[in-house]
Every structure is written in C-alpha cells, then in structure tokens.
Design a protein. Structure first.
Length: 124
C-alpha cells in the first residue's frame, strides 16, 4: 500500500476504516508491526513505516465486561494475526461471555457517525 505523504497517521487509519479496512504500519527497519498508527517506530525510532492492510482476523487476548447504565458492554484486547494488539470490543455475545483465546474477525460498524472497528467471534 502506498503511503500518502504529509497525511497524519490517524487520518490514514480512519480513512481505512471508512473503506472497511483495518490498517496498521510495518517498520521497514526492524519489521515490527506498529499500532496504534504513529510517526516513528516505538521499537527502533525509524520513520520508515509502511501501511499494510490487516486480515482483520485475530484472537482475544484479554476481556472485561464493563457495566453501565445501558447494560454491560465488552472491552477487549485483540491480538491480530499480523502481530499487533488493539483495544476494541467483541459483539454478538454477552459481554461477560467473551472467551480469552477465541478467534474473532473484524466488523466495521458506525458509532456516532464514525466508523469503528469491532470484532465478532468466528464460527468454526
Ligand atoms: Zn522499527
């Protein structure tokens, strides 16, 4: 994927979501997967970061049920197959029934007029 120059990483990421893509960066110097999007690699400090499109597939690393006025919702850390971790939520299952290690896939939903990346358990 070509990297638009002069565009803030957050914007590239958000534009990706709007197109239904989960984008992350790969450091050309040390090969680390970089997320959330940033200007410099947190591992080696290089600014040679290229954009890649994630498969959107991964596994639940940790999960928490958060109770609020409107009931419980889930907050989860997802380990994507490309080697980065992101905070999101798992939908389609009770907030306290999300299993660590469960395979999940990306779904882009609209929330307050913005595209948001959430995950759903994969049926095997
Ligand atoms: Zn690096």
């Amino acid at each position: 994927m070509t990297t638009p120059t002069g565009v803030a990483p957050e914007v590239v990421f958000r534009d990706g979501l709007a197109a239904g893509e989960l984008r992350f960066q790969r450091c050309q110097a040390c090969s680390a997967a970089v997320f959330p999007p940033r200007v410099l690699c947190p591992g080696c400090g290089s600014d040679a970061l290229s954009w890649q499109r994630s498969s959107g597939r991964g596994a639940v690393y940790s999960t928490t049920a958060v109770r609020g006025r409107d009931g419980a919702h889930n907050v989860a850390l997802i380990d994507l197959d490309e080697g980065f971790r992101m905070m999101s939520r798992v939908e389609g299952v009770a907030a306290d029934r999300v299993l660590i290690g469960a395979r999940v896939g990306l779904a882009v939903v609209e929330q307050d007029g913005q595209p948001v990346a959430v995950f759903r358990e994969e049926r095997s």
